[in-house]
Design a protein around this ligand. Structure first.
Ligand SMILES: [Zn+2]
Length: 290
């Protein structure tokens, strides 16, 4: 989809499932199950939606998804269904892994950094060999030394090879990665979680990452049980959504199973609503359920 002078594409990297209760925190199941039905193991369907921003001079990939390095038992636990080949992640948009100049990872949980590296001849190598991988310093510090509560969401093999190969670009705070594409720290989900804000020729957009993973998480108090700082998530959602609604930003959701981009509106009662763009705007063969 054209976006000012940028070209945007969504690459659906995988489908997977997580526990519905963990995905909706303190929201009662009687409410969340109406918008995200659970399976017999109480899991809900999710996707990993990567965003490719082609600015004309640089190609920036937002997130890397789950990747393919999963033991059978884990793959079954999360019902991982890979939709791309990790040697050719961008084939649906006619590009190769070598074409990516920058990768921005919102935070290092396995469903965001899992695809950062891939296994070649028994060795872990960066999936996008010519790219710099942009990660917040505070996030990397936490991921390398997580406490007992945070530990289950991080795998050292997702990011340590990036350091060993010298492709990681550690940033500390908000940063313009390439002209018009910005990493902005929100906290909430993790202490240094970042969203990706982008603008071109008067168009503005944001990739919310795990601050708003699906359209069902629009309501500010509907924050994930996984969040380290849920009250901060609630506040940061209100601030970003209010501005996004007022200025008609494009919003992109990382784990939405339907069309993952569109616009938000704010009604007179203070409720946010999401209007997805038509599926044709995705220009992709991947299946996007409605
Ligand atoms: Zn996630």
């Amino acid at each position: 989809m054209q976006f000012g002078e940028f070209r945007l594409s969504v690459i659906r990297e995988c489908n997977f499932r997580l526990d519905g209760g963990a995905m909706f925190g303190v929201v009662p199941k009687t409410l969340w199950s109406q918008v995200s039905p659970a399976d017999e193991l109480n899991r809900i369907q999710l996707s990993c939606n990567l965003l490719l921003i082609d600015t004309g001079s640089k190609k920036v990939l937002v997130e890397t998804g789950m990747g393919s390095r999963w033991e059978k038992r884990e793959a079954e636990r999360y019902e991982v269904e890979m939709l791309v080949d990790d040697s050719n992640v961008l084939s649906s948009v006619g590009l190769s892994n070598d074409d990516v100049d920058a990768v921005i990872i919102s935070h290092l949980h396995f469903d965001h950094a899992g695809g950062a590296c891939r296994m070649v001849d028994g060795k872990l190598v960066p999936t996008f060999p010519k790219a710099k991988y942009y990660v917040q310093k505070g996030e990397l510090d936490l991921a390398r030394n997580p406490n007992a509560r945070a530990k289950g969401s991080y795998r050292q093999d997702d990011f340590m090879p990036l350091i060993e190969h010298g492709v990681i670009a550690v940033i500390d705070g908000d940063k313009e990665i390439v002209p018009g594409v910005f990493a902005k720290v929100t906290g909430g989900h993790t202490s240094h979680h970042q969203v990706i804000y982008f603008e071109s020729a008067g168009n503005k957009g944001v990739y919310f990452a795990d601050i708003i993973p699906t359209k069902s998480h629009l309501s500010p108090p509907w924050v994930m049980g996984y969040d380290h700082f849920p009250l901060a998530s609630c506040d940061v959602k209100s601030q970003w959504l209010t501005q996004a609604a007022k200025e008609k930003w494009l919003v992109v959701f990382d784990h939405e199973v339907g069309v993952p981009w569109g616009h938000v509106s704010l009604d007179e009662k203070g409720r946010f609503d999401f209007q997805a763009l038509p599926a044709e705007t995705l220009e992709s063969d991947a299946v996007f359920s409605s």
